[in-house]
Design a protein. Structure first.
Length: 95
C-alpha cells in the first residue's frame, strides 16, 4: 500500500481512501508474467497500475502467473477504506 494502513490481528486491513493499493509478485525461476486481481464482484483483470478503493469494506482477490504459465493460488484480502480525518489547525475548534 502506498499510504498509511493498519492491519488487525485477523489480517483485516484499514486504509484511507487516499491510499493507493499496489500488487507485486516475484518468481526466482521463470519470472512473473502478470498479476491478476479483482475487487469485490468485478471481473478479474491484469494489474497495471495502483488503484484506490471507495469508502467501505472490500474484498481484493489476487494471484500471479509466471512466464511458463504456472498460476499461483488465489489470495484474498479484506480491506476497509475510510475517509481520513483532517487535523484541525492549532487553536481552532472545527464543528
Amino acid at each position: 500500500m502506498q499510504g498509511s494502513s493498519v492491519t488487525d490481528a485477523q489480517g483485516h486491513v484499514l486504509i484511507a481512501t487516499e491510499t493507493f493499493v499496489t500488487l507485486d509478485a516475484s518468481d526466482a525461476g521463470a519470472g512473473v508474467a502478470s498479476v491478476l486481481y479483482a475487487v469485490d464482484d468485478a471481473t478479474e483483470a491484469v494489474f497495471t497500475a495502483p488503484f484506490q478503493l471507495a469508502v467501505g469494506t472490500h474484498t481484493v482477490y489476487f494471484r500471479a502467473e509466471d512466464r511458463v504459465t504456472n498460476m499461483e493460488g488465489l489470495r484474498v484480502a479484506s480491506v476497509t477504506a475510510v475517509i481520513q480525518a483532517t487535523a484541525a489547525a492549532p487553536g481552532r475548534v472545527e464543528d
